[in-house]
Design a protein around this ligand. Sequence first.
Ligand SMILES: Cc1cc2nc3c(=O)[nH]c(=O)nc-3n(C[C@H](O)[C@H](O)[C@H](O)COP(=O)(O)O)c2cc1C
Length: 414
Amino acid sequence: MKNITCIDDLRTLARRRVPRAFFDYADSGSYGEYTLRANRADLEAIKLRQRVLVDVSERSLGTTILGQKIALPFALAPIGLCGMQHGDGEILAAEAAHEAGIPFTLSTMSICSIEHVAEATGRPFWFQLYVIRDRGFSKQLMDRALAAKCTTLVLTVDLQVLGQRHRDVKNGMTVPPEFRIKNVIDIATKPAWAWSVLKGKSKTFGNISGHVPGMENVNSLAKWTQDQFDPALNWKDVEWIRDYWPGKMIIKGILDIDDARMAVTLGADGIVVSNHGGRQLDGTSSSIAMLPRIAQAVGANTEVLFDGGIRTGADIMRALALGARACLVGRSYVYGLGAGGKAGVAKAIDILRNELSVTMALTGVGNIAAIDGRVLEGGEVKAQAAKVAKVAKVTKPKAAAKPKARAQAVKSGA
Ligand SMILES: Cc1cc2nc3c(=O)[nH]c(=O)nc-3n(C[C@H](O)[C@H](O)[C@H](O)COP(=O)(O)O)c2cc1C
């Protein structure tokens, strides 16, 4: 992939290669896209601290998530309809992730099914669950994920109702594409895309089609899917899912301290601080603005992952510095997939890896565990202040206890 040097280049290429309705579906956010923009703007506003003359000749980017060794501090996020960016999109992305040594997360709303991805890649992956009205079907999905040897369940909780993306409505975005004249013309100008999708294993929601009786027809399937999102979903559902799923469970879509604490109380092994990439509640905070408070609130009780707006390796550094164990990357790899299939996803991962490695070198850190608030401008002051506050906290009660301690000492004759 010549002349592709950054994620933005992949986005430009994807825009040329993927039909408008599917590119817009991936690219856009809900309503006025305020939160979508905030995700980027707030990350960009965080300044890194330049350090010099530190020996950074040896740098290691590996870490762990929930005990799983990973080569880079990020995983591929769950993305609905990946297979509409490029035929067999989920399989290709999973392969690129495996080759890079990072986890791939398959969405409930994928085009390729759990079984197809498992069969094609022959490796374990993470499965993302939307709990729908039909709880029996949710259980079935978990059974299928277990049978496919999925190690980790990512339970997404921020989509009880759907935030509207204006561009999807205007484009008549449906799966498979609605044959409006303008869509047909658009697709006709993207033959490579059309060919890849035609050859693909599935052209509709692979996890649902063929598993729900009477849902073979595309229109009934689309309607069923819409109707199945459940506004009644609540914390009690998290309890039974925790009981049912024997592996690791990560709760995705947490943007509030109280919710984060609740998730930990109910047994989440990890949480993802996320606003669904600015696709749900428009007007809520950027993910990065909430990350430090949430990370501090749950402390060492759980692993905190982060997503929303990661487009550079420096962004990954910013999130790790503010308390994330690792990140999920969404659109960055989706653009890669649209731009060039598996090679495009590999390119996206490569870009992020190289940028992170250089960012580590220029901030003077040699490994992931060494990344903390001190890599941020002003971070050394904050770290110092936090240290002082800690000392003050420890010494204060001691000082208060002094007279008593002295009295004790007097009594014991010491
Ligand atoms: C096209 C698209 C589809 C998505 N589909 C899902 C999904 O099926 N399940 C889910 O939990 N999150 C989904 N998300 C949210 C992502 O997992 C992730 O939270 C988000 O993309 C992170 O923001 P970023 O794209 O700026 O990296 C989707 C995001 C996009 C862009």
